[in-house]
Design a protein. Structure first.
Lengths: 431, 348
């Protein structure tokens, strides 16, 4: 159970919902202290990870453009639209605020548009993050989020085109459920293979990604069965019926405002937590994740849990695909099938979020904000050249993933700091 | 006191006149603000995004009169960037927004353009007739691929005729898929070959590549043609066609490139049927610059041989001098005839 084991399922302590009995009257037991340490380490290491990634990203910005990285980061933050949440804008003069202006919450401002776009990107990232995290908790590494997402998107678009006569909410639910099931099947295949033959899920999910990509390319590509017959010059499906559109609650529905799918993703964070921590299924999944052999000895069917964990993971990713289609995309084109990265970014989201619901929310927010903030739309060319803007996103993303992978090092440093402090304290206490 | 007030009024009036005059002159010599919204693939895609960017850069360099052109590029990294990019481009005061790529036709232009009636939009490869809401401030930009196909077909036919072999004379054309632009290229190609020599057999086949990027598919189709005796292969197939062109190189026959001048691939490229996206972007900006408020939209603009929207690329340096002079002369004659409207290459 030491944090040094590096197993992501171990690092669950920071979630407030894990209630550790901390006897307040007595001296805390070793276990409680360990939990406390894990809790602090659990929160602090991802933050350190992100900070170090940004620090090195800043050095890269400085080395390549010769410009002050702080200005670049300020511009990125401005582009994320997150400043909309604060009703006042503060003008900083070096280190002290030079002026504070009341801006209120103007829902038509460009900042509002940016925040809407950030949250639209965050929505599927939460879900693909969950797709990776749920499998992680069962000791499985689901790299197939991208394929499961693609399958969900394909099914959602076709169900959105069919059943055009259905009333709005029903049509949305039908398309969403079908896409979720399709994602579950796609993930479940890897689970069954793992349970039945021992085929490693990393290999099978990567293969299933490619199968989804090429089947999808065939379906929506030129002369494919899903290609819009009216759009013969473009590899794109028919648009889904209006009744299958998710309700846009903020912004202009025609101009890609924020849709209610965001709340579905938030709700799924709670579902994830309840499923893992408050059900027998979740208990078994976690038991298998901690130690499959011990779980088997305890009478838990490991194979069944491998299948269920992968199927539920796939369901989250499939749902993500359907929310993108029904929320803002409305059709599916070949370039999307071939270039979508949502499932892969989900791996980074789960790693940085340490597989906990609250962690996944914040790391999805971080990655979504980075994607929106570094788009050329928001990053002024005078701050950063348009040719480089997209690459900066990838640099920071890559650094975050690298350091998440290297969080062992960070945990070690964190521990070393405590060890250093302990003798100091002892020395201070002795006289 | 009264005089003072008169003076004050005079001053205010002068100030007003100054402001009005300044804004009026600002309008006359205004910088043209132009935005370019690319599609997925990045600025260095060696394709439409890149060529459009070249057109914008040329416009900024050459159209320097009266404030010049202020260009801004919006790169589309993923599908969810398309609409916000168009919207932000319009909101930030760009009078002309150029969207690159056919996928803007299905949703983005239809939804965003009507919300910004004072902004003009142009879509590269967008067919105005395909827009479901027909926004009146959108101009489609289309190319007459058949004219470029006709010229390279004619060049292929001339070479084949000057280098006869025993038996049948065969040339081929490969398309990635049966989509309108490709069909037009190949229809022009076939007619061009026959213009040079009616006895040459023209094989036309489609690789049926759903992605336009699967080189193996075009290579297979091309090798099939070469097996049937083809000595010139025209690859109207984007990235898929690169496979066909490498097959031509392997089998020591001529290849003909498409879209960009692909002579950089090697001496086996006889010539290329080129589509000048950069010229289209430059000309669109030029028209807008000349008269921003009078920039007409609500239809397609065709880019043709006449306005240098399509053409043919460099002839291979491996051609003998006699061949090169002969082909250049003959092709240019035909080019003039097409420009004058005396030859109308078929579209299917």
């Amino acid at each position: 159970m030491s944090g040094l084991s590096g197993e992501p399922p171990d690092m669950t302590g920071q979630t407030p919902e894990v209630s550790e009995p901390t006897p307040e009257s007595k001296v805390p037991s070793v276990a409680a202290r360990l939990a406390l340490w894990q809790r602090s380490g659990g929160v602090i290491t991802p933050i350190l990870t992100a900070l170090i990634a940004f620090l090195i990203g800043g050095l890269v910005v400085f080395a390549t453009t010769g410009k002050n990285p702080l200005n670049t980061y300020k511009a990125i933050f401005k582009g994320t639209g997150l400043s909309w949440l604060s009703p006042v804008s503060i003008h900083w003069h070096l280190f002290y605020p030079a002026g504070i202006h009341w801006t209120g919450w103007d829902t038509t401002s460009p900042t509002a548009l940016n925040l809407q776009q950030t949250l639209i990107v965050v929505t599927p990232l939460i879900l693909t993050g969950l797709a990776v995290a749920f499998a992680f908790r069962c000791g499985l590494f689901n790299i197939g989020g991208n394929g499961q997402y693609t399958v969900g998107a394909l099914v959602a678009v076709q169900f959105g085109v069919w059943f055009a006569g259905l009333p709005g909410p029903l049509h949305v639910i039908v398309a969403m459920v079908a896409a979720t099931l399709a994602g579950a099947v796609w993930g479940g295949i890897a689970g069954v293979l793992k349970a039945a033959t021992g085929a490693h899920e990393v290999i099978t999910t990567i293969m299933l990604n490619w199968i989804a990509l090429w089947v999808g390319s065939y379906l929506v590509g030129f002369n494919g069965p899903l290609q819009d017959p009216r759009a013969i010059s473009a590899p794109v499906t028919r648009p889904i019926a209006d009744s299958a559109h998710l309700h846009v609650f903020w912004g202009n529905p025609l101009l890609q405002g924020l849709h209610v799918g965001f709340f579905i993703a938030i709700a799924m964070l709670f579902v994830y937590w309840i499923l893992l921590n408050r059900t027998t299924l979740g208990y078994e999944v976690r038991a298998v994740g901690f130690n499959a052999e011990a779980a088997r000895y305890g009478g838990i069917s490991v194979g069944r849990n491998f299948f269920l964990a992968m199927a539920i993971s796939g369901a989250f990713a499939g749902l993500a695909g359907s929310i993108d289609i029904l929320g803002w995309e409305f059709n599916l084109d070949l370039t999307v099938v071939q270039t979508v990265q949502v499932g892969f970014i989900g791996i980074a989201v789960a790693l940085l979020g340490r597989n906990s619901a609250i962690g996944i929310f914040f790391s999805a927010l971080l990655f979504g904000a980075l994607l929106t903030g570094t788009s050329t739309r928001n990053l002024d060319p005078s701050v950063f050249q348009p040719e480089l803007a997209g690459n900066l996103t990838r640099i920071i993303q890559g650094l975050v993933v690298l350091f998440v992978g290297a969080d062992l090092l960070i945990i070690y440093l964190w521990q070393a700091r405590k060890k250093l402090r302990l003798p100091q304290r002892k020395a201070a206490e002795q006289p | 006191m009264k005089r003072k007030r008169t003076l004050l009024w005079l001053g205010v009036a002068a100030l007003c006149a100054l402001i009005v005059g300044a804004t009026a002159s600002a309008q006359r010599s205004a910088t043209a603000k132009v935005a370019l919204v690319t599609d997925i693939g990045g600025l260095n895609d060696k394709g439409f995004n890149h060529l459009s960017y070249v057109g914008l850069q040329r416009a900024q360099k050459q159209l320097t009169a009266a404030g010049g052109v202020n260009g801004r590029v919006f790169i589309t990294n993923s599908a969810n960037d398309r609409k916000p990019n168009l919207q932000t481009a319009a909101q930030t005061g760009n009078g002309l927004v150029i969207a690159v790529g056919v996928l803007f036709e299905f949703g983005p232009l239809d939804d965003v353009a009507p919300a910004f009636p004072n902004t003009k939009f142009a879509g590269i490869d967008v067919d105005y007739g395909g827009l479901s809401k027909k926004p009146t401030n959108v101009r489609g930009i289309q190319f007459r691929e058949q004219e470029a196909g006709y010229l390279v077909g004619y060049a292929a036919g001339l070479w084949e005729t000057r280098h006869p072999v025993k038996g049948k004379m065969v040339v081929g054309g490969v398309g990635a898929n049966k989509v309108p632009a490709i069909v037009r290229f190949l229809a022009g190609y076939r007619a061009g070959v026959h213009k040079a020599n009616k006895t040459i057999k023209v094989l036309i086949d489609y690789a049926n590549d759903p992605t336009f990027a699967d080189q193996a598919k075009c290579k297979e189709t091309t090798l099939n043609h070469i097996g049937k005796g083809s000595r010139v292969e025209f690859e109207a197939a984007g990235a898929c066609g690169l496979g066909g062109l490498s097959a031509a190189k392997q089998k020591h026959i001529w290849g003909i490139g498409v879209d960009a001048d692909q002579s950089f691939l090697g001496k086996h490229i006889l010539t290329s049927a080129t589509k000048h996206v950069d010229v289209a972007v430059f000309n669109t900006i030029k028209q807008f610059k000349a008269n921003p408020s009078g920039f007409k939209a609500g239809f397609n603009t065709n880019y043709t041989l006449k306005n240098n929207g399509v053409g043919y690329g460099k002839l291979s340096s491996a051609l003998s001098k006699a061949d090169r002079t002969y082909i250049t002369k003959k092709v240019n004659t035909i080019k003039t005839l097409i420009i004058e409207g005396k030859i109308k290459p078929p579209t299917s």
